[in-house]
Design a binder for this molecule. Structure first.
Ligand code: DGL
Length: 267
């Protein structure tokens, strides 16, 4: 048993990437992960390309130089939309973004060709999802909606209450009016809101989350490149740029994750 035992790096602005980590660990139990949550600088979704790219490069540099990660998952749609092409130019290790796998799954799922996309302001205004969908299928109709209040609600742990239901109804009503049959959750914080979103959308709209889509892609790519670690159970180390206690509490409450190794770092 050995294989490539180096950890996989994964980063997000905060807790959103935990939804990706959970899906990755289900499919790749033998891998170790270094999760970087930039909790001191969250949210990214209201920041511009230059800032998000600078933050992303700082984080990836840290993960590559100090932790020798063998691959890296950008578990943040905002960073995937704004910084991924620059990251690809700099780093030689396999890099995975969350936009592409979700787009491919949505195109397979839609029957009426009307796809909704929700995300942070920066992700939506970058047009990354719209362009990626249209590039693969020129006939698809894309309806986008920025949902800036969702990230603070999730970070606050308000995932299933009346306020969240009202906000969801405001954001989703225009998409439902367009008769979408598929909705891409274009932000890794949003899978925490799936019960509320599904309650509003009903069974006629399929919800595609980027977390499980990218996890499938990473698992099959590591296998085909012979890069999987051959061990029974890997470990997770967490790095955050603000209060580790708060992060660990969220992880425990929301994804049932017992955080054993966590460190505050400054970049
Ligand atoms: N979870 C992130 C995303 O997928 C970013 C949220 C934020 O920091 O605004 O876009």
């Amino acid at each position: 048993m050995s294989g490539d035992r180096r950890p996989i790096g994964i980063f997000d602005s905060g807790v959103g990437g935990l939804t990706v980590l959970v899906e990755l660990r289900k499919r790749l139990p033998g891998e170790s992960f270094i999760y970087f949550g930039d909790t001191g600088r969250v949210p990214y979704g209201i920041k511009g390309k230059e800032t998000v790219t600078r933050y992303s490069i700082e984080i990836v540099n840290h993960l590559v130089v100090s932790h020798d990660v063998k691959a890296l998952v950008v578990a943040c749609n905002t960073a995937s939309a704004l910084a991924f092409s620059d990251l690809k130019k700099i780093y030689r290790i396999p890099l995975y973004d969350v936009v592409t796998p979700a787009v491919e799954r949505a195109l397979k799922a839609t029957k009426n060709g009307r796809v909704g996309v929700i995300g942070t302001r920066s992700t939506i205004s970058s047009g990354a999802y719209r362009d990626a969908l249209r590039l693969r299928n020129g006939k698809v109709r894309v309806y986008q909606q920025a949902c800036p209040l969702f990230v603070p609600l999730v970070e606050e742990g308000w995932v299933e209450n009346e306020v969240t239901r009202m906000v969801a109804s405001e954001y989703l009503s225009p998409l439902v009016a367009q008769r979408i049959d598929t909705l891409i959750l274009g932000c890794t914080h949003y899978p925490f809101l799936i019960p509320v979103l599904k309650q509003f959308l009903g069974p006629s709209v399929q919800v595609i989350d980027s977390a499980s889509s990218v996890a499938e892609e990473v698992a099959s790519s590591l296998t085909s490149h012979g890069m999987k670690a051959k061990r029974r159970r890997g470990r997770v180390k967490y790095l955050v740029t603000d209060d580790p206690e708060r992060f660990a509490e969220f992880a425990r409450e929301r994804v049932g994750e017992v955080v054993e190794e966590i460190e505050r770092v400054s970049l």
